[in-house]
Write a protein that binds this ligand. Structure first.
Ligand SMILES: CC(C)(COP(=O)(O)OP(=O)(O)OC[C@H]1O[C@@H](n2cnc3c(N)ncnc32)[C@H](O)[C@@H]1OP(=O)(O)O)[C@@H](O)C(=O)NCCC(=O)NCCS
Length: 329
């Protein structure tokens, strides 16, 4: 536990594209139905970005807004960390693309790859920069255009994901508010459960691979589900224990939003009632690493959390990666 928190979230923002893709729309695209999707996932609709809008475009909008809400200028940013499973391109990083768009030219910018867990890993990295005295304003941007890597003919995956971006400005802690503890792990042996097999250096794209869809998201849904619940609950407990807190102390849980059944099972194992859990999955589906910053921004706006609230964030994703962060808001 940090006896005194080192870093806290100074401001947040979100950007969701306007276009809504409903379950009824999906019924016209693949062999599925609204009842199945709602009962198995809790998702009613998700947002889809227009073709010309990239992950960096969405991230830049959220980033500008987070800085503005925090009373900061782009020139104040010391470090820009971008988490994304859908970079605009492989080289250079999407962080450099966002840096250029927002004009934060006096900082170092890099992408952090941890799939849906990215935002929580980034929070801990940001805390490390501050602890080391290597920056005072760390901008985290989680931007995802999942619609660009989903196989729209695979009903088991295409119903799950959506597009959007969230941003958070991390600054040195004040008045005992900030990150209390974190717990992160990964297990590369489980990589085949959720991957995009082709398109990297291991399997460079060929016309045949492209035609087979091997560059798109492939997932063993049931196995991912089991691991997700176990790992999020485990990390949540570890983070609480490290902060000398119990589940009763948690005012609000903000979990990664992949599936309402994963969220409900994790909350149950963690001993946290659903009234204390913030849910967006019904409206946005799984926006990968953007789910938590988007949810934080909404929860604050709705008055579900505020200064002093004990917030438990938990996430899991491809890798597999997972983690939890406990924070006094
Ligand atoms: C993907 C997921 C919703 C599937 O739900 P499930 O209850 O595990 O369903 P199954 O995969 O066992 O499939 C059950 C049946 O539904 C069918 N099915 C799958 N997708 C369907 C859809 N969109 N509509 C209708 N039926 C569907 C399957 O084909 C299967 O049919 P069968 O029994 O005739 O073979 C669920 O496993 C899940 O959410 N896993 C976690 C995924 C996740 O969170 N990934 C992101 C990680 S960050």
């Amino acid at each position: 536990m940090n006896s005194q928190p080192i870093a806290f979230i100074h401001s947040t923002a979100r950007f969701l594209p306007e276009r809504v893709l409903t379950n009824a729309d999906l019924e016209r695209m693949v062999d599925t139905n609204d009842t199945w999707i709602r009962e198995r996932t809790g998702i009613r609709e998700r947002r889809i970005a227009p073709d010309e809008m990239t992950a960096a475009d969405m991230g830049a909008r959220a980033a500008r807004c987070a800085l503005q809400k925090g009373g900061l200028a782009p020139s104040d940013v010391d470090v820009l960390i971008v988490t994304t499973a859908t970079p605009d391109r492989w080289l250079p990083s999407t962080a450099c693309d966002i840096q250029s768009r927002i004009g934060a030219l006096d900082c170092l910018a890099f992408d952090l790859s941890a799939a849906c867990t990215g935002f929580l890993y980034a929070l801990t990295v940001a805390e490390g920069f501050i602890a080391a005295g290597r920056g005072e304003t760390i901008l985290i941007v989680s931007a995802e255009k999942m619609s660009s890597i989903v196989d729209w003919s695979d009903r088991a995956t295409c119903i799950l994901f959506g597009d959007g971006a969230g941003a958070a400005v991390v600054r040195p802690a004040v008045d005992g508010r900030g990150i209390l503890s974190s717990h992160h792990l990964s297990d590369g042996n489980l990589a085949p459960l959720l991957e995009r097999p082709a398109g990297g250096s291991a399997m460079p794209l060929t016309p045949e691979l492209l035609a087979s869809g091997a560059h798109l998201v492939h997932m063993e849904g049931r196995e991912v589900f089991k691991n997700a619940v176990r790992s999020m609950a485990q990390s949540g407990f570890a983070a609480l224990e490290a902060a000398s807190l119990s589940s009763d102390d948690v005012d609000i849980m903000v979990p990664h939003q992949a599936n309402i059944r994963v969220i409900e099972s994790t909350a149950k194992y963690s001993g946290i009632p659903m009234e204390k859990v913030y849910v967006t999955v019904d409206r946005y589906g799984n926006i990968s690493s953007a789910t938590i910053p988007v949810a934080l921004d909404e929860a604050v706006e709705e008055g579900r959390m505020g200064p002093g609230s004990v917030v438990l964030m938990t996430a899991f994703g491809a890798g597999l990666t997972w983690g939890a962060v406990a924070m006094r808001w």
